[in-house]
Ligand binder design. Structure first.
Ligand SMILES: [Zn+2]
Ligand SMILES: [Zn+2]
Length: 164
């Protein structure tokens, strides 16, 4: 076993999780391909360990998320993304054109966002900030974000129809 595998196994055990080849592969895929969608993780895991059902990958992702080894980010109108950088409440930049997502630290200093202007008596443990815009490549190529905007509207329309 490689050192990395041993470390990932120790990490699972420390969080009270049984070590399985599937969980190890999912954890490794999340850390290699930060901010991948569940379907992206399925592709990486299949390339590594062969046949595994989508459901098995989804189950591993939700168990890892529940135990706090993996963080799930749910941007409005797009599939959830997963990463292994947990516990620092960092934020994200998302390109409206190509959906590329990158990390950005808290606005100033160490998790200032957790200090709300008015907490209304809530005990706050997380602040989600997503900055939307265009990535440098899409700006350089002058690619329009309009298509993804209309996709967002389409999703909002479908959700509304389902409610009505
Ligand atoms: Zn882009
Ligand atoms: Zn991140």
């Amino acid at each position: 076993m490689s050192r990395e595998t041993v470390d990932a196994g120790a990490l699972l055990r420390r969080h009270g999780m049984q070590v399985t080849a599937q969980r190890l592969a999912v954890l490794r895929a999340v850390s290699d391909r930060s901010h991948s969608t569940a379907d992206g993780i399925v592709r990486v895991v299949r390339a590594e360990i062969g046949a595994i059902s989508c459901q098995a990958v989804y189950n591993a992702l939700s168990a890892l998320t529940e135990k706090g080894l993996v963080r799930r980010i749910q941007p409005a109108g797009s599939p959830a993304r997963y990463e292994d950088r947990v516990g620092d409440n960092h934020h994200h930049l998302i390109c409206r054109t190509c959906s590329r997502m990158v990390d950005v630290d808290c606005a100033v200093g160490n998790t200032p966002c957790l200090t709300a202007a008015d907490d209304s008596g809530y005990e706050i443990d997380e602040a989600e900030v997503i900055y939307w815009g265009r990535c440098p490549e899409c700006v350089a190529a002058d690619l329009d974000p309009i298509e993804s905007n209309s996709r967002h509207k389409e999703i909002a329309r479908q959700e509304k129809n389902r409610r009505d």
